[in-house]
Design a protein around this ligand. Structure first.
Ligand SMILES: NC(=O)c1ccc[n+]([C@@H]2O[C@H](COP(=O)([O-])OP(=O)(O)OC[C@H]3O[C@@H](n4cnc5c(N)ncnc54)[C@H](O)[C@@H]3O)[C@@H](O)[C@H]2O)c1
Length: 366
């Protein structure tokens, strides 16, 4: 099979979908790997490193897309890439369809098989390809939150840790999954006073067992959420209903309850965001202010720490790429039902129930 890796085109996206070790495994298994010139540069991987491990370096993205049976990417195809997708091809990447109807319709129209990293499941029903990026984004959310709480960055002028004699910041984490737990742990490690809210009581029990004493778990309902917002310096949006648009838990009116120039990092923005006032931003212009609250809504946070993220992502994606290349989509999905749950669009039809429900599209089964 011909596996193609285009250079990412999203603003400030420095990740790459395959590293030289992956090229080595694929070529060893008899596949051809096309790497677009400069695809690894943002992660510190030179074309020569790929070539030395058996890749063919291809200058133009259009040629990679034209020749490859399996395109492996990091972010969803952007409009400039839509005309390059072609029927019969498989595209394996993060898609986050529920957040973007135009993308969903473009992928349907193209005829590609779209396998979305974010809905692939493991034997326990977890989302193994989302996990490492959520770990990065969760930890990074506190780093970013700490920065934007500084006054020159428009924040409240609060040091997360406080100092002896001055209280630390209060951090409210909405959603206690991978992003939330990593955010809570990082904030707690810096000495902040942390509340973490979730609707899953088993998850809250687990967090109660493993988190340090400055993290308090709370059941997520509107009453507890509003109580938390009143005292919050930093809010992390980390809810997920897999495949679906994020629930808009924080309404515009709720912002008035928060201290002026508090900061919200809405990590869930890639699924539409969990604030009514959230809209996607980029690393170049990450924040904006609504009702005196600083919003940070970068939809590809891990892209900024490309080297860490590339290695963390490819640790989990490479076995799937190899399986798809070796067995083809049908064979691989038959052998791995968790991979099959990653197929969101096939032959112009939506095969993921949450995506179909989000846009009122017919769900193709079987
Ligand atoms: N912006 C970025 O760059 C970036 C990077 C990585 C992940 N993400 C996104 O972050 C979000 C969270 O990812 P994750 O891996 O932590 O997911 P996860 O499934 O591990 O956790 C989500 C948690 O939200 C909880 N939840 C659901 N409804 C809730 C509610 N009403 N109130 C409180 N909690 C609720 C769930 O019980 C679950 O524990 C996803 O949308 C993911 O795509 C964004």
């Amino acid at each position: 099979m011909i596996v193609g890796v285009p250079k990412e085109v999203k603003a400030d996206e420095y990740r790459v979908a395959v590293i030289p070790a992956g090229v080595e495994e694929l070529t060893h298994a008899g596949h051809t790997v096309l790497i677009q010139t400069g695809a690894g540069a943002g992660s510190g991987i030179a074309d020569d490193d790929y070539a030395r491990h058996g890749a063919e370096i291809v200058p133009a993205a259009a040629d990679v897309w034209a020749r490859a049976d399996l395109i492996v990417k990091v972010k969803e195809p952007l409009p400039a890439e839509w005309p390059l997708m072609r029927a019969g091809q498989t595209v394996f990447t993060f898609f986050h369809f529920a957040a973007d109807e135009h993308l969903t319709r473009a992928v349907m129209a193209s005829g590609v098989t779209a396998i979305a990293y974010e809905t692939i499941q493991d034997a326990r029903g977890h989302l193994p390809l989302l996990t490492p990026m959520s770990e990065v984004a969760g930890r990074m959310s506190i780093q970013q939150g700490a920065k934007y709480l500084e006054r020159p960055q428009d924040g409240r002028g609060i040091l997360l840790a406080g100092v002896p004699g001055v209280a630390p910041a209060t951090v409210v984490v909405v959603g206690g999954g991978i992003v939330g737990a990593n955010a809570a742990k990082t904030a707690a490690g810096l000495g902040a006073n942390v509340f973490i809210l979730d609707v899953n009581l088993d998850r809250l029990r687990y967090l109660d067992d493993v988190m340090p004493p400055n993290v308090t778990g709370l059941f997520s309902n509107r009453h507890n959420l509003l109580d938390c917002l009143r005292v919050s310096d930093l809010v992390i949006g980390a809810v997920l209903i897999p495949g679906a648009k994020a629930p808009r838990l924080i309404r515009r009116d709720d912002l008035k309850l928060m201290p002026p120039r508090a900061v919200v990092i809405d990590v869930a923005i890639d699924q539409g965001g969990c604030l009514e006032t959230s809209k996607p931003t980029t690393h170049a212009h990450p924040t904006y202010i609504v009702d005196d609250i600083v919003h940070y809504c970068v939809s590809n946070m891990p892209g900024a720490v490309g080297r860490t993220s590339t290695y963390a992502l490819t640790n989990v994606t490479t076995p799937y790429v190899l399986h798809l290349a070796n067995r083809g989509v049908d064979g691989a999905c038959l052998e791995n039902s968790g991979l099959a749950s990653g197929v969101n669009v096939r032959a112009g039809r939506v095969t993921n129930a949450a995506v179909a429900a989000t846009f009122g599209l017919e769900l193709a089964t079987g």
